[in-house]
Design a binder for this molecule. Structure first.
Ligand code: ATP
Ligand code: MG
Length: 651
């Protein structure tokens, strides 16, 4: 098992975040920027470097243009006839024009590089997530907390990465703009500088507060939203559409959904109110600060401490600086908010990383040696296996020991919930038991690379997936049909499972897409899907075949055929078969039968030994057999004594 899956780390994080202020935000900014740089670097070094460099150059030209403006104003405001003044200002004016043009060119180039970064970041973040979600141990998916984390990482976390990079670049662009304006202002008059910064503080406070409120609210709503999502799936997916109608469950679903939606609406309306309030306060304070700044400028002019041309440029620089400051605060706020959501993503990736199962022993040479020995095993055994599902209090298996000799058919029987599927999944390497272990001869399964182990096992699952792919892909799981030897194996597997009859009715045969959601897609019946699932198991070239109720949906003829084929596979192909079924007549020929009850092995032996024992197996077998015997008796009675009554007995 990985680390405890039930750690409530999330709520600790929430409490910590509710104390987040501007200072915390500033303190976290470097780490955030570091994250962005690393992400951007991995996505595209060239575009990251280009956007930074072009932005800096554009900033230099902004400052240059502002300072050149002072020259223009000085010439225009000098004494003398207007035409002379305009003529004197002309060279400076040209400079200003050139600065603005060059700046615009670099800004456009920077924006282009920034726009290119976004999709590239998106791709690496998504790929990483799917690499992890497909590799983590199955048990993680049984844990509600883990599901929540996954949901958050997937719904907001993934989107937050490109947006965070985008906003970090915006933040940088705005910071360059502010630096350019501040540099120009500082050169014009040092007093103007602190005043410019003062106007940014209130807005910054308001924005940070709004972001924090938003984030904490989302946090509160995660569970509700996930429920809403599940409800939405129930009401919109084709898979559930029939049952929603036949059980007239529509009103119930809508009512349930309305309850969730009402809760979300209440919380969001409250959030909007609180966010608006902090925005209003921010605006009021910003107004006061702006008034203060202009008053100071007026005073400087009045006292003759600043020439009019300089004051004119100062107004332009302040306007430019303020626009950049607002952008800066906005980008900072967005970047911080994205950073919080991205934190969910990175935290999830970290947790997920811990849940990726790796061999217990580090030595690769060892693992490789074991892997080669797998196909030639003599015996697979579960030794005193105890397993409890995550989030569950009672073990589903208690000290269960079973043994599968090479080439044997071993059956697991028992009533619903007795632990058959759980044991099969443990033998298949999908779950790791808390106590005891599974071994292939002397090699413990958890010493093996999980992929190598699973490569040696074919599973026909009880709740098999209806893969929305072609019939061929449903059997080969991605092998190329045109590759040498693939097609004959597909045909052999299809014949063994009875899937050949299904495929022959499909309009494009093996190439038919089995998903009604797409044009020309076909749908199969439950039994037809099950035949494909068995074909998948037969096709896979693995020494251990696990069949979990492979005939539950099959008709009598197909069922008989499949059990025969399973025996044939064990005999002719030398495959070991673990067969789980409720049809006890079909396990008569098994080499060994384990009877599970309440997660324990209650009885074990051959059919004859178990019948002689007169225990649970005997009882279940007699129950099934008596139904047929009863029918046989009825038919016998009808066809002898009551023959003359038959026409009247017909309805
Ligand atoms: N993912 C899960 N999380 C928690 N408990 C589970 C999970 N899957 C199964 N269980 C529990 O484990 C026990 C054994 O379930 P299992 O699916 O192994 O039974 P089974 O013998 O295969 O039954 P059936 O004949 O109905 O297929 C049951 O009590 C069930 O409630
Ligand atoms: Mg089962």
């Amino acid at each position: 098992m990985g680390p405890a899956l039930t750690e409530h780390k999330w709520y600790r994080k929430a409490a910590e975040l509710s104390d987040t202020g501007m200072l915390t935000m500033a303190r976290r900014l470097p780490a955030l920027i570091g994250q962005v740089l690393r992400l951007g670097w991995r996505a595209s070094r060239r575009d990251l470097a280009a956007t930074i460099a072009f932005n800096v150059v554009a900033g230099v030209f902004t400052a240059f243009g502002l300072l050149a403006t002072t020259g223009v104003l000085t010439a225009l405001l000098a004494a003398g006839p207007t035409p002379d003044r305009v003529r004197a200002a002309a060279p400076q004016l040209l400079l200003v024009g050139a600065a603005i043009t060059v700046r615009a060119g670099f800004a456009a180039a920077a924006q282009w590089a920034q726009a290119r970064l976004r999709p590239q970041v998106e791709q690496i973040v998504e790929e990483r997530l799917y690499e992890l979600t497909t590799a983590i141990e199955l048990a993680a998916f049984d844990d509600a907390e883990f599901q929540d984390d996954l949901h958050r990482a997937r719904m907001r976390g993934v989107d937050s990465a490109p947006s965070m990079v985008d906003n970090a670049v915006n933040l940088f662009t705005a910071a360059v703009g502010v630096a350019a304006a501040a540099g120009a202002l500082g050169l014009l008059h040092p007093v103007l500088l602190p005043l410019l910064l003062l106007t940014a503080l209130p807005e910054g406070w308001a924005a940070v507060r709004a972001a924090r409120l938003g984030y904490l609210t989302q946090l509160d709503l995660v569970e509700t939203r996930r429920r809403g999502w599940i409800m939405s799936e129930l009401m919109t997916e084709r898979r559930h559409a029939a049952e929603v109608r036949s059980f007239t469950v529509r009103a119930f679903l809508l009512r349930h959904y309305a309850g969730l939606a009402a809760h979300i609406r209440r919380v969001m309306l409250d959030l909007a109110r609180r966010q608006t309030m902090s925005q209003v306060w921010g605006d009021v304070l910003k107004g006061v600060a702006t008034a203060l700044m202009y008053t100071a400028l007026g005073l400087l002019l009045w006292r003759g401490m600043m020439p009019l041309a300089v004051a004119g440029t100062a107004v332009l620089a302040i306007r430019a600086g303020q626009t950049s400051l607002i952008n800066l605060v906005y980008a900072l706020n967005r970047c911080y908010e994205d950073g919080l959501y991205f934190g969910d993503y990175t935290a999830f990736c970290q947790t997920a990383e811990e849940h990726v199962r790796r061999p217990r022993r580090a030595s690769r040479a060892d693992a490789a040696g074991h892997a080669e020995a797998l196909p030639g095993f003599r015996e697979i055994a579960a030794d005193e296996v105890t397993f409890t599902y995550p989030d569950s209090d009672v073990p589903s298996l208690h000290e269960v020991s079973v043994r599968l000799g090479r080439g044997e058919i071993v059956a697991l029987v028992g009533e619903n919930g007795s632990g058959k599927t759980t044991l099969a999944k443990i033998l298949a390497g999908l779950y790791s038991p808390q106590h005891g272990h599974v071994r292939w001869d002397d090699v413990r399964a958890d010493d093996l690379d999980p992929d190598v182990l699973r490569g040696a096992i074919a599973v026909v699952a009880q709740d098999h997936t209806h893969w929305p792919m072609t019939a061929a892909d449903n059997i080969t799981m991605g092998d190329d049909l045109t590759a040498p030897g693939v097609l004959p194996r597909v045909q052999e597997a299809a014949t063994a499972s009875g899937a050949d009859q299904v495929i022959s009715t499909l309009p494009l045969g093996l190439d038919t897409l089995l998903d009604k959601r797409f044009a020309n897609g076909c749908e199969l019946s439950g039994g037809q899907w099950q035949r494909l699932a068995s074909a998948r198991g037969f096709y896979r070239d693995a020494p251990l075949l696990i069949c979990d109720e492979p005939t539950a949906a099959l008709d009598a003829r197909a069922e008989h055929h499949l059990f025969e084929q399973i025996r044939e596979h064990a005999g002719r192909h030398g495959r070991t078969v673990l067969l789980i079924t409720h049809r006890l007549s079909s396990v008569r020929h098994a080499d060994r039968i384990y009877v599970l009850e309440g997660g324990r092995v209650r009885e074990q032996g051959t059919h004859h030994e178990l019948m002689a024992l007169g225990g649970l197996y005997n009882e279940l077998y007699e129950l099934q057999a008596s139904a047929y015997r009863q029918d046989a008796d009825d038919i016998h009675a009808t066809s002898t004594g009551n023959r003359h009554l038959q026409p009247e007995a017909q309805p």
